[in-house]
Design a protein around this ligand. Structure first.
Ligand code: COA
Length: 713
């Protein structure tokens, strides 16, 4: 395999050929040449078309062979059936990057040809962007090699879009929103170059201050997670993603699997990577514009300045939603703002200048907030009143933003009639962060704060745990030998114990006498469960008896379980009865781990019982993860207060829950044969008293999938 070319040549090529350059207005091959020529690109431009001639002042070459100059990028705009021949010509010419606009490959089922083309290109030291894309824009080279709109504003936002239509439309939208672009890359089928390759470049690209990605599907999620984690430590990454298929979830055999099929895995994992996930294109563009042109705050203390109580409360609600933390030192707030308002105003946060506030009052309050070092960001709001002169207030905002806007972030929102609307529009044009909606304004500040916290957090080492791999390997070998892909309950318990998890004491009795003997050794009350590889859902067939208090109850349970199982499954082989300690009551949680088809190893945590069944109150993270991330993961479920202790109860052993999550992930990591682990319930006791892993289910990777995995590696 040849050495991969430096991706810098794709963004700053010394020469570009357009294979399929057309003089026919309306063809993509025409628009691309037109855009490249009119974007001011200074490198060599080589239109290729068998007809030859001259086009837009450039010589048209009848083939790439004829071109003398260096061609780093070839933009291919000819029908799919001719693309392979053009790729071969590019290899002969020493082209480094192929920007393949053409559709008609894997997106219509033509997978083999696409794969084969990528393999060929890589062998020849070339890389492919696309196919099925709208092109590439690079401000560094003044190169618009897209068939989207012309005159893209230059700036520091880099966009990666999987959807051609959305990406192209976004170009137009960034223009109307006044957002400056560093790069726009359409990735289409991602046959070769994908988001991770581009993020690696943008991470170190001095022209890019923020990356915006539109994603539809993930191909190599494990690598994307690694690159995202690295990138967001340096630059903010905003992601918009459309829904995720639930098909995989339907086929999954465990809770962890079926819950993981939803969008929540993607959402949890990208947030874990420090990504800012936007719900809408408008939010994403607002965030990009705001973050790329305003300073990062130096602390958490935000203040709201308003002339209306209602809008101040709305903003406080929005702050809670977007996790913007309000400055709450009442004494300092009083010192700072009491001189800026009438007696009946409020210097608490929100600072209420009252309905009689004029531009001068806004000026005093803004200057006070900007000059007070403990205040780190400002939300300035206004409702139109008889005394509110929109033009005067906007000139105060403009002046203060110019003077102080480079020191701390400010967002503004003004609400009112035509004069307010036109002042807002003017300020917007001048780049002052002003919005007609309070939530829109606060969401921008919230995104900025997520980025601030992410940078502040820095890199955290993932936690690793040693598990007894030999013991786990032996259990798995036995299961494989038995041609099963699920572990029996006692086998799964052995695996859990080998990872250092506390399981209930248990033994397998082969007959009634042994059952009584083991029950006495363990101590009453005990639980009895049938052991049979033919019976997976034990409770459905009456294969479990709880709370057995004495030998008489053990004998009766043994007989009734045997009877029930024989009746429901006459041909089931009953291998014995598991006698286990009856676990004391505590808070029931669920902890799982699985190999996600997109993201690789993930761990799951939730409260058990109805919380997982009905409310789906679970959370996922990519594994491995730091201790701090695990603690945050636990705290992020809605029912977390149950672990903190409600109604005077003691706090539960959250530390051991975190340790269990890490160890469950470590089991998966230690044994490639294991695909799913689920412990449900993990009963959690009061602080310091640990947990009990009561019911452990483990599934093995199907052998054919193991073969596929090995082949890939
Ligand atoms: N080398 C150079 N030029 C070639 C060539 C080759 N090997 N083979 C053909 N050409 C020329 C053609 O003669 C034609 O030139 P002309 O206009 O002077 O006659 C030009 O290249 C284009 O070829 P044509 O056959 O007219 O194709 P087209 O312009 O109708 O369509 C694509 C080409 C690539 C645009 C089309 O196949 C396609 O894939 N469209 C979808 C693109 C898309 O939507 N991408 C995803 C966006 S998100």
């Amino acid at each position: 395999m040849a050495v991969k070319p430096d991706i810098k040549y794709m963004f700053e090529p010394r020469g570009i050929a357009i294979i399929g350059a057309s003089q026919q207005h309306g063809k993509i091959g025409y628009t691309i040449v037109d855009n490249i020529v009119s974007s001011g690109y200074m490198g060599g431009i080589y239109p290729i078309n068998p007809k030859g001639g001259e086009f837009m002042g450039k010589k048209v070459y009848s083939s790439l062979k004829e071109v003398d100059g260096i061609v780093d990028v070839a933009c291919i705009v000819i029908p799919a059936k001719h693309v392979r021949g053009a790729v071969e010509e590019c290899a002969a010419k020493g082209v480094k990057f192929l920007v393949i606009i053409t559709s008609g490959f894997s997106e219509v089922g033509n997978v083999h040809e696409e794969k084969e083309m990528v393999a060929y290109a890589r062998e020849k030291g070339m890389r492919i962007l696309g196919p099925n894309i709208f092109g590439l824009f690079s401000a560094a080279a003044s190169l618009n090699a897209t068939f989207g709109p012309k005159d893209i504003h230059k700036g520091s936002v880099s966009v990666i879009s999987q959807s051609g239509a959305i990406g192209a439309a976004m170009i137009g939208k960034t223009k109307t929103e006044g957002i400056g672009m560093a790069s726009i890359v359409s990735v289409g089928n991602k046959a070769d170059i994908d988001e991770a390759d581009l993020l690696e470049y943008f991470r170190d690209d001095k022209n890019t201050s923020i990356v915006l990605m539109y994603i539809e599907g993930i191909k190599d999620g494990e690598r994307l997670v690694d690159v995202l984690r690295e990138t967001t430590k340096k630059k903010p990454v905003v992601v918009i993603k459309s829904g995720r298929s639930k098909r995989g979830a339907l086929a999954a055999a465990s809770h962890t699997g079926s819950l993981a099929g939803s969008d929540s895995v993607f959402d949890s994992i990208i947030r874990q990577c420090g990504v800012l996930r936007a719900e809408s294109i408008q939010d994403a563009l607002d965030w990009c514009k705001f973050i790329s042109s305003n300073p990062i705050p130096r602390g958490e203390n935000a203040v709201i300045i308003t002339n209306g109580g209602g809008v101040g409360v709305l903003a406080a609600d929005a702050c809670e939603k977007y996790d913007v933390r309000l400055y709450d030192d009442l004494q300092a707030m009083k010192e700072c703002f009491s001189g800026t308002m009438p007696e009946f105003g409020s210097a608490k946060n929100p600072v209420d200048l009252t309905g009689q506030a004029d531009a001068g009052d806004y000026d005093k309050a803004l200057v006070a907030a900007f000059e007070r070092p403990e205040i780190s960001s400002i939300i300035c709001l206004g409702c139109e009143t008889g005394l509110f002169n929109a033009e005067e207030v906007s000139s105060i905002l403009r002046r203060n933003y110019k003077k102080y806007g480079g020191e701390k972030p400010m967002v503004c929102s003004f609400f009112g009639g035509p004069s307010v609307e036109s002042s807002v529009a003017k300020l917007k044009e001048e780049g002052v962060p002003v919005y007609t909606d309070v939530y829109q304004a606060v969401s921008c500040l919230g995104a900025m704060y997520s980025h601030y916290r992410n940078i502040k957090k820095g890199y955290e080492n993932p936690e690793k745990r040693e598990v007894d791999g030999v013991a786990i390997g032996k259990v798995v070998e036995g299961v494989r030998g038995d041609h099963r892909t699920f572990l029996l309950s006692h086998e799964a318990m052995q695996v859990a114990a080998a990872a250092g998890l506390r399981t209930p004491k248990s033994m397998i009795a082969k007959n009634i006498q042994q059952a009584v003997q083991y029950a006495e050794e363990i101590g009453y009350p005990v639980v009895m469960k049938v052991v049979s590889k033919d019976i997976i859902h034990k409770s459905d067939v009456g294969g479990i008896a709880l709370d057995l208090e004495n030998s008489k109850e053990v004998v009766e349970a043994f007989e009734s379980i045997t009877f029930n199982c024989k009746r429901h499954k006459p041909d089931a082989l009953i291998q014995g009865m598991e006698i286990a300690e009856m676990v004391k009551k505590g808070v029931e949680t669920i902890i799982g781990a699985r190999r996600d088809s997109a993201f690789g190893p993930i761990v799951m945590f939730g409260l058990g019982g109805i919380y997982v069944e009905v409310m789906k109150d679970v959370v996922f993270r990519s594994y491995p993860l730091s201790k701090n991330e695990v603690m945050k993961m636990l705290a992020s479920i809605r029912s977390y207060p149950l672990l903190l202790g409600v109604r005077g109860e003691e706090m539960k052993d959250i530390e051991t829950v975190a340790e269990t999550v890490i160890r469950v992930g470590a089991i998966l990591e230690s044994c490639p044969d294991i695909s799913d682990i689920e412990i449900n319930p993990v009963v959690v006791y009061d602080n310091g008293q640990g947990i009990r892993a009561v019911d452990v289910r483990i599934l093995l990777t199907k052998e054919e999938e193991m073969d596929k995995k090995e082949a890939r590696e």
